[in-house]
Write a protein that binds this ligand. Structure first.
Ligand SMILES: Nc1ncnc2c1ncn2[C@@H]1O[C@H](COP(=O)(O)OP(=O)(O)O)[C@@H](O)[C@H]1O
Ligand SMILES: N[C@@H](CCOP(=O)(O)O)C(=O)O
Length: 308
């Protein structure tokens, strides 16, 4: 008998300022929907894509690549159809590719009776993510699958640490409607970094992890800085410095590039500050010719979930 499942697959913020390729958190209000269905015919088929123009061939769509990796490893006695209802614009910096790569394997696993744990699912989803970014990074996939804040302790072998989410922490995002491909934004980065920058950055990562554990908002504020990646990428994002200045004046704890951009995120203590930060972001872009969307979101501690 055919079985199907409908999922909400959330957007995510990777890097979280200081944690390039290791830190990420999951958003609440922004995400794709996906339907995964078992079929008698073997194999993986993408049968519907709405929202954005993306390839239907499983080998060219991140959802198909991760699904095929899992399918070939498990060799189940059914096939799967995938429908993607895309709300997250590809090339957004809020984990558009990750939502699809994670959603297909998460749904297949549920339909198969959950034989795999979240780390194994993330491992298969990384194969899909690699199609988009030319690199098997898990800093969007881990928060999409586990929920909350996550730290990728190592990618090979994959080890993910779940971090606590302070109750009153809110994210605000602005997404300028331009596309920055993760693969291109990664190509800009230096292969080596000065030791003093590395020292600052790993002190900030350690401090941010400690601050999340202790709900220390003052320390979150001190730790949300990126001296390694932001100087190289910020020129891709129009008005980045103006947004950062405006949101810090509006009371945000910190502000940085979301993933590889162009989205910019800020973290704030309390919803009213997060909304004031949204206004500050909007005011900067309102006087420009660039279209944009803004979002205020609680941190989503659940991750991908079954709906209906
Ligand atoms: N299901 C999918 N969802 C999003 N992007 C996809 C998908 N399948 C393939 N892609 C390709 O991946 C690229 C977008 O991924 P990426 O550059 O990492 O953006 P994002 O930061 O939004 O994840 C685009 O080239 C897009 O065509
Ligand atoms: N660590 C990666 C994260 C990319 O995130 P995305 O949302 O832009 O795909 C990077 O910074 O390259």
């Amino acid at each position: 008998m055919q079985k199907e499942i409908r999922l909400f697959s959330p957007a995510t913020v990777a890097n979280v300022a200081c944690g390039f390729d290791v830190l990420g958190f999951c958003l609440d209000t922004i995400g794709d929907e996906m339907v995964i269905r078992t079929t008698e015919a073997k194999g993986i088929k993408i049968t519907k894509i709405e929202g954005y123009d993306l390839p239907y061939e499983a080998e060219k769509n991140v959802a198909g690549v991760s699904a095929l990796a899992m399918y070939n490893a498990l060799e189940p006695d059914c096939g799967f159809e995938i429908e993607i209802y895309k709300n997250i614009k590809p090339g957004s910096g809020i984990g558009s590719s990750s939502a699809s790569a994670a959603g297909s394997v998460y749904g297949m696993n549920l339909l198969l009776g959950s034989p795999l744990d979240f780390t194994a699912l993330t491992n298969f989803a990384m194969k899909g993510e690699a199609l988009a970014s030319q690199c098997e990074h898990a800093d969007n996939l881990a928060p999409a699958i586990f929920g909350g804040f996550t730290l990728v302790k190592s990618a090979k072998p994959l080890k993910i640490l779940e971090l606590p989410t302070p109750d009153d922490l809110y994210a605000t995002l602005i997404h300028p409607q331009i596309e920055i491909k993760t693969s291109e934004s990664r190509a800009l980065l230096p292969k080596e970094i000065p030791l003093d920058h590395a020292i600052t950055q790993w002190a900030n990562v350690g401090s941010l992890v400690h601050a999340l554990h202790t709900s220390d908002y003052a320390l979150i504020k001190e730790a949300l800085h990126d001296v390694v990646i932001e100087p190289h990428r910020k020129q891709l994002i129009p008005h980045f410095d103006a947004v950062k200045t405006a949101v810090l004046e509006a009371g945000a704890l910190g502000c940085a590039i979301s993933g590889s951009g162009p989205s910019i995120f800020a973290l704030s203590k309390g919803e009213s500050t997060a909304k004031a930060v949204e206004n500050a972001m909007r005011n900067v872009y309102a006087n420009t010719a660039i279209d944009f969307e803004t979002y205020v979101s609680k941190i989503n501690t659940e991750g991908i979930k079954k709906i209906n």
